[in-house]
Design a protein around this ligand. Structure first.
Ligand code: SF4
Length: 310
């Protein structure tokens, strides 16, 4: 095992601001963080070449991030482990298996609600109290980033974004969709943010008091037979809140072959149809053409502008 000062720890990208802030927080704990190069076409292709064709898309760029991190000298990898129902629970296993088969020598740690403190303690040597304090500081910073993302406009048509979290959060994966919507004169209202994810995945489980969306959550539960995994249930809850507040239109972003998001498609379609809310679904994978996405987006925003806000 490498000495602490020799460790070079890397994490995959999921939104530039989120991961840079996370890197800073882990550095404050004394962890030697080495972020991978930002995701590019080359990163995605590295992942595509080394994974199954039909696996859900986020596995490909995150594997590519790890390959580039290891090539740049990282020797310890951290990967989130949802412990949930969909493939995200298996990502770190598949990534570790693939990277070892490719000949890389490294240590890998999965991070989940149950082990985050011991893993970060092992990597940093910091006390649990210090780690918790740093994690709450990080959450506060992320909440400030997300406030802007979730804000509604009074002057421009608002367009809600729901979908799979990686696709909704990473601007290199969704081709900067929020900026594109803004350029077209509308306000993106991104409901799938890292702070909402932290709230769902960590704080609720720790019985930390969080602002409740009980009414929409209860309504959403009627669509499901228990937990679906990913953010399927949360997205229906977000959608119900958006249409209840007369959102101008909704974009459903999802990676190709995402189990939870494809499962909720009929519910999303029906809720939007019944509330007369325009819906644009954008599946994303390595074959998505940015120009095609832009054309669909332009037409969609124009349609919403023409309708006026409901
Ligand atoms: S949420 Fe969808 S894309 Fe993400 S790991 Fe689960 S199945 Fe794959």
């Amino acid at each position: 095992m490498p000495l602490k000062q020799e460790r070079r720890v890397s994490i995959p990208w999921m939104g530039k601001e989120y991961i840079e802030l996370l890197g800073q927080s882990l550095s404050h704990l004394g962890i030697n963080i080495q972020l991978p190069p930002r995701t590019t076409e080359k990163t995605v292709q590295l992942g595509v070449r080394n994974t199954a064709e039909m696996v859900c898309f986020p596995l490909k760029p995150t594997l590519g991030n790890f390959i580039e991190a290891l090539d740049n000298g990282a020797n310890t990898l951290l990967m989130y482990d949802s412990q949930g129902q969909c493939r995200l629970r298996q990502y770190f296993k598949i990534q570790e298996f693939t990277l070892r088969n490719m000949g890389y020598d490294f240590e890998m740690y999965n991070i989940n609600y149950g082990n985050i403190l011991p893993v970060l303690q092992k990597l940093s040597g910091a006390s649990y109290a210090r780690i918790l304090l740093e994690l709450f500081r990080y959450y506060g910073k992320v909440k400030r980033v997300d406030k802007k993302k979730e804000r509604w406009s009074r002057r421009r048509p608002n367009i809600g974004i729901i979908g799979e979290i990686f696709t909704c959060c990473d601007e290199r994966i969704n081709y900067g969709i929020e900026k594109k919507i803004e350029k077209l004169g509308a306000k993106p209202v991104n409901m799938v943010t890292l702070s909402s994810f932290i709230k769902e995945s960590f704080l609720r489980k720790m019985h930390w008091p969080t602002r409740d969306r009980k009414r929409y959550d209860r309504q959403a539960e009627k669509y499901f037979n228990g937990d679906l995994g990913g953010h399927g249930r949360e997205n229906i809850s977000h959608l119900l809140e958006l249409v209840d507040n007369n959102i101008g239109g909704v974009i459903h972003l999802l990676p190709m072959s995402c189990m939870p998001e494809t499962s909720i498609e009929p519910f999303v379609n029906t809720i939007c149809r019944d509330s007369n809310t325009p819906l644009l679904r954008i599946p994303i994978d390595e074959n998505t053409a940015e120009v095609n996405l832009e054309t669909r987006l332009e037409t969609f925003v124009e349609l919403i502008k023409m309708r006026g806000e409901k």
